[in-house]
Design a binder for this molecule. Structure first.
Ligand SMILES: [Zn+2]
Length: 511
């Protein structure tokens, strides 16, 4: 008898402990839940305890330490950006909170894209984890960085020994937690690598379960052409046996406008043949690059001799002729807007305006700008019909490719939803959210993120559909977005009542 009474008391204690453990830290009540899977939106309450989502459903009768009224608001997983340039921000004590991204509802950023990454993947991730960061962050190892480390700016073919050293660097980075290898085959020094050289390095990433992310060799008609570059990417994926992701897919310049249809067909065929191939995209008609990358042919940069070549009489005629061709390709001097330069007097002006002011040709003006330290440019070179065609594909995810001087760093995610969902009805809200959450999570292999699902990490966004929008413009690119009411990163509020908190709840994510 006594024994069984003890048993009952023990049971009661156990169940009360259970009830305490079940008390929620947060209950987000009454919002429209878009869970990231693409399933239809539904009204539901979302419960969070610790760093996890522990409840989704009718929270009537549930108790939480903190209730959030989400009536009239949309609740989604935090957005995951597969292509950013945030390594510097995250390492900087003043910028590590990653405000531009939090205010768009982004809870995870990937960086090290375009072939350019920190050399030390392990040390960089450890630093971020130790000092604290506002969003979660993951890293690619950059093939351009690796090549630069071994071969400098040489345009030569690597010797067997150099290739071996590059492979070891990729292997070390993968062992230290890189999620894959990125290339920037359009940029020097990545552009000096043959397809075979890239395949050899991608195979190392494949052995460690990594993916291949690429700013392709050509998004236009510079060298092998847009379609040729997609074929090269497919070949790399097939021969190195790893998933491939095309960065910021686009048809750049008048020569290739309308080729989105051919590219989509090629990718669909590759997918049907069994290759895992996806793409990311930012929702703007201008790309962001530099005057040098946009106009100067790569041969003029080889061996780090750019400035010397700009002045060399023996190559001047060829250089100017090719730069002129590249300017036509990009839509002319009116379509290049200076966005970020040491010379503040040129920022906000087009190359056409600068050339006119200086009474010289656009190419001469561009050469002077490069010699004075260069400039970032917004290059208006995309057609809206291509952007929309790519955006509709179920394998296209959202990315910001955020860089200084382009509004995409501050506005991509709210812009996509405001402009392409609510204004133009190109996508449903469910599809747009999927492209910014579960699709990147599954592509990048980020475990337990990208969905509102019990047991998943509590990266949760609550936004107001009436005010969720970008405020950054090409003229004022560094303006934070509006409309995020609450944002949880690993279960802690990074944004509360529309304002940033001091919380640094992001984690360095290792593959
Ligand atoms: Zn890029």
């Amino acid at each position: 008898m006594r024994r069984s009474l003890h048993f009952v008391v023990a049971l009661a204690l156990a169940s009360s402990c259970f009830a305490t453990a079940q008390q929620l830290d947060f209950l987000i009540r009454g919002g429209t839940v878009v869970d990231g899977s693409g399933s239809p939106a539904a009204r539901a309450d979302v419960g969070i305890t610790g760093d996890r989502i522990v409840f989704i459903g009718d929270g009537h009768g549930k108790h939480a330490k903190r209730e959030i009224d989400a009536t009239g608001l949309v609740v989604t997983p935090g957005f995951i950006d597969p292509h950013t340039h945030t390594a510097g921000d995250l390492s900087d004590p003043k910028r590590r909170r990653n405000d531009a991204y939090l205010m768009q509802g982004v809870t995870t950023v990937v960086t090290g894209n375009d072939g350019e990454s920190p050399r030390e993947v392990g040390a960089t991730l450890a630093k971020w984890q130790k000092q604290g960061i506002g969003t979660n962050a993951a890293l690619f190892i950059g093939q351009g960085t690796v090549r630069g480390q071994v071969m400098g700016m040489s345009d030569a073919k690597p010797t067997p020994d150099q290739l071996e050293r590059m492979k070891r660097l990729v292997e070390t980075a993968m062992q230290q937690g890189a999620i894959g290898i990125s290339t920037g085959l359009y940029y020097a020094p990545g552009s000096y690598s043959s397809t075979e050289e890239v395949i050899d390095l991608a195979k190392v990433a494949a052995q460690h379960g990594g993916i291949y992310d690429t700013h392709m060799r050509d998004e236009s008609s510079y060298t092998i052409g847009l379609v040729g570059a997609v074929r090269e990417t497919i070949r790399i994926g097939q021969e190195a046996h790893l998933p491939v992701m095309i960065s910021h897919i686009k048809a750049l310049g008048v020569d290739v406008w309308g080729q989105s249809a051919d590219v989509i067909k090629l990718i669909d065929d590759a997918r049907h043949s069994g290759l895992s191939i996806t793409a990311s995209q930012y929702p703007y008609t201008a790309s962001g690059t530099s005057v040098t990358a946009a106009l100067v042919p790569r041969w003029a940069e080889a061996g780090g001799a750019l400035i010397k070549n700009l002045d060399a009489p023996d190559v001047h005629a060829r250089l100017v002729a090719e730069m002129n061709q590249n300017l036509v390709r990009r839509g002319g001097a009116d379509s290049l807007l200076m966005t970020d330069s040491r010379d503040k007097s040129i920022v906000g002006k087009t190359l056409a305006v600068i050339a006119k002011e200086r009474n010289e040709s656009p190419i001469d003006a561009a050469i002077e700008i490069i010699k004075a330290g260069g400039s970032g440019v917004a290059s208006f070179n995309m057609k809206e019909s291509d952007i929309e065609a790519f955006m509709r594909q179920p394998w296209v995810m959202t990315c910001s490719d955020g860089s200084e001087g382009h509004p995409r760093k501050y506005g991509t995610y709210p812009r996509k939803i405001h402009e392409y969902v609510y204004e133009r009805h190109v996508l449903s809200l469910e599809v747009a959210v999927r492209s910014s959450t579960s699709l990147p999570a599954s592509t990048l292999g980020l475990k337990d993120r990208g969905l509102l699902k019990t047991g998943y990490f509590a990266d949760v966004l609550v936004f107001d559909p009436k005010t969720f929008n970008e405020r950054a413009t090409y003229e004022s690119p560094r303006v934070l977005a509006t409309g995020v009411r609450y944002l949880a990163v690993n279960g802690q509020l990074a944004i509360e009542n529309g304002a940033l908190t001091t919380t640094l709840a992001g984690r360095a994510l290792k593959h």
